[in-house]
Design a protein around this ligand. Structure first.
Ligand code: ATP
Ligand code: MG
Length: 291
C-alpha cells in the first residue's frame, strides 16, 4: 500500500555551517510523484536522508502514512528498516556477485518471505522493469541503465509504501537517460507507489513529477505542478532555475482579490510603457514538443 508523506518544519544542522535543511514543509498524497529540484548543495539529499531515517533531523516532523517517523524534539526516530521505504541512488548499489534475479529477490529473502511468493514477486517486478530476459545474467555483465533497472526492481519488489530516488539517472549517458526517464515515470505510476525524486535537471523534473519543489540554500521556495512553477514562479531564483527567462523590470500597481492578475509597469526598447497581464514563457523543457 502506498502512503502519504508529510514533512513539517524539517531542519538539519550539521556540526558546521548554515543549516543544510532549513524549515522545509510539504505534503505528498499517496500515489503522487514529487520531484525536489535545486542546485548542488541546496539540501535535496539531506532532506531525502532525513525522510529515510538515515539522517537524524535537528527539528521538525516526518510522517509516513500518518505514522510519526521522526520528531527529534519528542524523542521519536524510527529506524530506516522499520519505515518500509524503497531507495534508489545515483550509484547502482547492486550486489556484484549475484545474478539479476538474485539481486532483485534479495530483499524478500532477507524478510524470509515464502519461496513461492519470492518467485512470483521477483518475476512480476523483473517484467515491470523490462529485465525478464536478463534474469539469470550476472549483474556485472549489464549496462549502466540495466543495472539501474535492477536497483529499481530491488527497491520495488517488497512493495514499499514510499519510494525515494536520489539522482538515479545521473551516471547514465544522455540517450539512456532520456529513455529511462520516461520509463521511470511509467513504472512508478504502474506500481502506484508514492515517490520523492531528487534531481538538479529541470527536464527530468518536468517529465517525472506530478509536482516539483524548487529548493535553494536549504529552503523550499515553491512546490507546484510544472506549468505553474514555469509560468508563475514564486521568485527570480525559481524563474531563472526553471528555464530561459525574459526579465522585465516592473512594479506591481494593483492586484486582484485572488492575486491572480496584476498590472505591471515596465520598460522596453521603445521606452517606458505599461504592461498588463502576464507573459507566456516558451514550452516547458522536457515536454513532448521539446524532444
Ligand atoms: N555529513 C555532512 N556533514 C556536514 N555537512 C554536510 C553533510 N552532508 C551534507 N552536508 C552539507 O549540507 C548541504 C546540503 O547537502 P546535500 O548533500 O543535501 O545537497 P544536494 O542538494 O543533495 O547537492 P548535490 O546536488 O550536489 O547532491 C551542503 O552544504 C553540504 O556540504
Ligand atoms: Mg545530493
Amino acid at each position: 500500500m502506498s502512503a502519504s508523506l508529510d514533512v513539517r518544519d524539517l531542519r538539519k544542522q550539521f556540526a558546521a555551517g548554515r543549516p543544510a535543511v532549513d524549515g522545509v514543509s510539504f505534503h505528498v498524497p499517496a500515489g503522487e510523484i514529487v520531484v525536489l529540484l535545486g542546485p548542488s548543495g541546496c539540501g535535496k539529499t539531506t532532506t531525502l536522508r532525513c525522510i529515510a531515517g538515515l539522517e537524524h533531523p535537528t527539528a521538525g516532523r516526518v510522517s509516513i502514512g500518518g505514522r510519526l517517523m521522526s520528531a527529534p524534539l519528542d524523542g521519536v526516530q524510527v529506524p530506516p528498516r522499520l519505515r518500509n521505504i524503497g531507495m534508489v541512488f545515483q550509484s547502482y548499489a547492486v550486489w556484484p556477485h549475484m545474478t539479476v534475479r538474485q539481486n532483485v529477490a534479495y530483499p524478500l529473502r532477507h524478510r524470509r518471505a515464502p519461496r513461492a511468493e519470492i518467485e512470483r514477486k521477483t518475476g512480476d517486478v523483473l517484467a515491470l522493469v523490462g529485465l525478464t530476459e536478463f534474469a539469470e545474467r550476472p549483474v556485472v555483465s549489464l549496462s549502466g541503465g540495466q543495472m539501474q533497472r535492477v536497483a529499481l526492481a530491488r527497491s520495488l519488489v517488497y512493495q514499499p509504501q514510499l519510494l525515494l530516488l536520489d539522482e538515479p539517472l545521473s551516471n547514465l549517458d544522455a540517450q539512456l537517460r532520456l529513455r529511462l526517464r520516461d520509463d521511470l515515470r511509467r513504472i512508478i505510476k504502474q506500481t502506484g507507489v508514492t515517490a520523492l525524486y531528487v534531481t538538479h535537471d529541470q527536464a527530468e523534473a518536468v517529465v517525472l513529477g506530478d509536482r516539483i519543489g524548487v529548493m535553494r540554500d536549504g529552503k523550499l521556495l515553491q512546490m507546484a505542478p510544472a506549468d505553474e512553477i514555469y509560468n508563475r514562479p514564486a521568485d527570480l531564483f525559481v524563474a531563472n532555475f526553471t528555464g530561459a527567462s525574459n526579465l522585465l523590470a516592473g512594479r506591481v500597481l494593483a492586484r486582484g482579490a485572488t492575486g491572480e492578475r496584476a498590472a505591471r509597469q515596465g520598460w522596453n526598447s521603445a521606452g517606458r510603457q505599461s504592461l498588463h497581464g502576464s507573459c507566456r514563457r516558451p514550452p516547458l523543457p522536457g515536454h513532448a514538443d521539446d524532444l
